[in-house]
Design a protein around this ligand. Structure first.
Ligand code: FES
Ligand SMILES: [Fe+2]
Length: 359
């Protein structure tokens, strides 16, 4: 048994110091979801969010480009904006220093009285950002590789599975608090060894478990499966698009997943770690122009009442178990042929997790 691959030690999931290491390292060096481009409809639209304990904001410039900045004034560090809104310039509420949408300092009361004050030397601190199917991702590491290198082919594949992505807007964005470490929730998402026993609706009415597989694709874990036989499907999947009879998901390490339900229905998971023992999962569902869609709404409700609800109990029980003095990490079930009853994606995840924490 000693040479088998065992699950990670409990301390990785319960130790507050491990969480601090992740906040300073992992969260600040990976691509993290910030906001949806529909939050930034016009030039001057902005939206704030937090990543790795840092307040940031995205703003659409006069050139239509989206830029992301640390939400801090370069004068004496007051926060610049909060929530969402629209403004032709960014005005600090403390002493009214005013910045262009590109971050340059434009004006400040009485700054001309200061001899040698060079306005052009002052600029908000910009953060790397990328638009990925209309989702704005940011990376606090200025040297980070682009998303296409982290997640090879994911963008092209998603464009194929969701050809109408450019017209999609959120119709539902549900917050699901879970009392567990974010890694427990992400691992649970990344294997279907527990599906037939715990997710009868998903396993019998959405996907065909015997075709389910998950494989790494760079730092993405790609789920693929056929849908259930049409008469067993819980909803109408005839979208008229290619891939309508498949289910696929692209988990982008470490905390975001694009999921496409049969019928080309895009939905997302976004994990936000609160502390070592708490995570909030945002489930997003999208429709053309964000307009009411009976299919999407019903599917979102079905998913929330079955798969999501069923998973909450699993992950919260695991978190309690990880605090038990009686737990010795067991061997992962690694089937050489992979497939639905293999935990090989958990092995890949745990390797990435260990590297992020232990260096
Ligand atoms: S801190 Fe922003 S203008 Fe003074
Ligand atoms: Fe599950």
């Amino acid at each position: 048994m000693a040479d088998l691959i065992h699950s990670l030690d409990a301390r990785y999931y319960i130790d507050p110091q491990v969480f601090e290491v992740e906040k300073a390292g992992l969260l600040a060096k990976t691509w993290q979801f910030g906001c949806h481009s529909s939050d930034l409809p016009d030039s001057g639209s902005y939206a704030t969010f937090e990543i790795a304990g840092e307040s940031l904001f995205a703003v659409r410039g006069k050139d239509e480009q989206i830029r992301v900045f640390y939400n801090v004034c370069q004068h004496r560090a007051h926060q610049l904006v909060s929530g969402k809104g629209k403004s032709g310039v960014v005005v600090c509420p403390y002493h009214a220093w005013t910045y262009e949408l590109t971050g340059e300092l434009r004006a400040g009361p009485n700054i001309k009285s200061v001899e040698g004050f060079d306005r052009s030397k002052i600029c908000l601190t910009e953060v790397r950002c990328e638009e990925f199917l209309g989702f704005v991702f940011v990376n606090l590491d200025p040297h980070a590789k682009p998303m296409d290198e982290w997640f090879p082919n994911a963008r092209q594949e998603l464009e194929e599975w969701v050809p109408n992505w450019a017209s999609l807007k959120p119709i539902e964005w549900v917050e699901i608090p879970e009392n567990c470490n974010w890694k427990v929730s992400v691992e649970n998402y990344s294997e279907c060894y527990h599906c037939s026993l715990n997710h009868p609706t998903f396993a019998n009415g959405v996907v065909k478990p015997e075709t389910y597989d998950i494989q790494p694709q760079g730092m993405c874990l790609r789920h693929t499966t056929e849908c259930q036989s049409l008469e067993s499907m819980t909803y109408d999947i005839q979208s008229g698009m290619e891939h309508f009879d498949e289910y696929s998901s692209w988990f982008l390490w470490p905390m975001f997943s694009f999921q496409v339900y049969p019928g080309n229905v895009l939905n997302t998971y976004h994990w936000r770690a609160i502390d070592a023992n708490q995570v909030v999962v945002w489930r997003g569902w999208y429709s053309v122009d964000g307009e009411e869609s009976e299919t999407v709404r019903k599917l979102a409700v079905q998913d929330r009442e079955t798969t999501v609800e069923e998973d909450i109990h699993l992950v919260e029980s695991v978190q309690k178990g990880l605090h038990s003095r009686g737990y010795r990490p067991g061997p992962l079930v690694l089937d050489p042929n992979c497939g639905v009853n293999s935990e090989h994606p958990v092995m890949h995840l745990q390797k990435w997790m260990r590297e992020a924490i232990d260096g």
